[in-house]
Design a protein around this ligand. Sequence first.
Ligand code: DOR
Length: 429
Amino acid sequence: MAENFSEHKSVLIKNGVIVGSKKPAVDILIENGVIKEIGNVTNHPTDIHIVDLKGAYVSPGWADIHVHLREPGREDEETISSGSDAAMAGGFTAVCCMPNTNPPLDSEDMITSIKERAVGHLVKVYPIGTVSKERKGEELAEIGNMVEAGAVGFSDDGDPVYDDALMRIALEYSKMFGVPIVNHSEVRSLAKGGVMNEGAVSARLGIPGIPSHAEDIMVARDIRLIELTNGRLHVPHISSIETLELVRRAKAKGLAVTCEVTPHHLSLTDTNFEKFDAAYKVNPPLRTEEDIDALRNGLADGTIDCIASDHAPHSPEENEADLLDAPFGLVGLETAFGVCVVNLLDTKVLNLEQLIEKLSAAPRKIYNLPPAEIKVGKNANMTFFDITTEWKVDSSQFLSQSRNTPYEGMTLKGKVLGVVNGNKVYQAD
Ligand code: DOR
């Protein structure tokens, strides 16, 4: 685990402003990982670890429900340990990891092994299992056994569940077990060969495009299938106006659909491809200003439930390849909050309480994760941060093992100061 990490029987968080409370700064006393007292704490053990927040914010610990940890298979890009370190530096106390590893997380044993490897870290890792055996999109994986082993949802992310009958059965299972099916929404034949958003910019640059209807046609199918099955659908990394509209209508009908948006789809457009840099190559692709505006409105009006990074580490060799051959994906755990402050808070799309809800309570609810609450008697699970410090993205400082960020050199705002989970504490420099 990263430096700046420590474990203590007793911890005193001093002078923190709890997001959403009308009160000024308070102290929070933690004993054996449990919140003992909130207020002006004067009476505490002498042998205690003190974190003085000097008036910075404290909120329930954030959860990133869409990360790729690359273990097993590509430990050169990320491991459960390095990815969890990156999560902690980004302010997250929990992550859900996607199963497109090598081999994929498609069995009880694989789920158990991820959980075992994550033990002892501050960040709680919740594995997502595959929908299909070997992630081949043909036969349903052992969903029941994986739920029993601790899988919190199911996805073939990176690829869609393109077989309609398989998706239908998966949704039947999601109803039975009360877990979401998370379908990477992409009609392959429409997206095939594409590298960036299909539109005026791709036409001008002569780069093959991925049309937004490759996303919304798949989501339309999935929504029809939850109507038939009463299953639970979670739409990951929503990127376009049309998809948003489909989710909005499905929610109005009372269907069990939730969705997430990434910080990059809220902040970057396809015009970045003018730099011919694979750091901007992500799937679904960066779209247009109009899409960004719609997605921001969708977050504000509750159509979009939460924010998730889709942290997708890739090696420098792969990323420096020709644009057409470079893999899709970018790292996002350590820039997520700074991007949100600049693009959602400073622009007044969300207020601070709403932003924190989208990073903490809402994502936890989608996967039935235990809630993080700042209340006496609850397990300590908190994030400390400010919303004013400006900082320049320098990927050489990332705790992630990978550096493929589109925000390199950019000034972001809002510093994560630390996290606590039980008796484990991480404090940023
Ligand atoms: O850009 C992406 N990268 N989108 C995905 O859905 C998968 C991910 C990856 O695994 O690299």
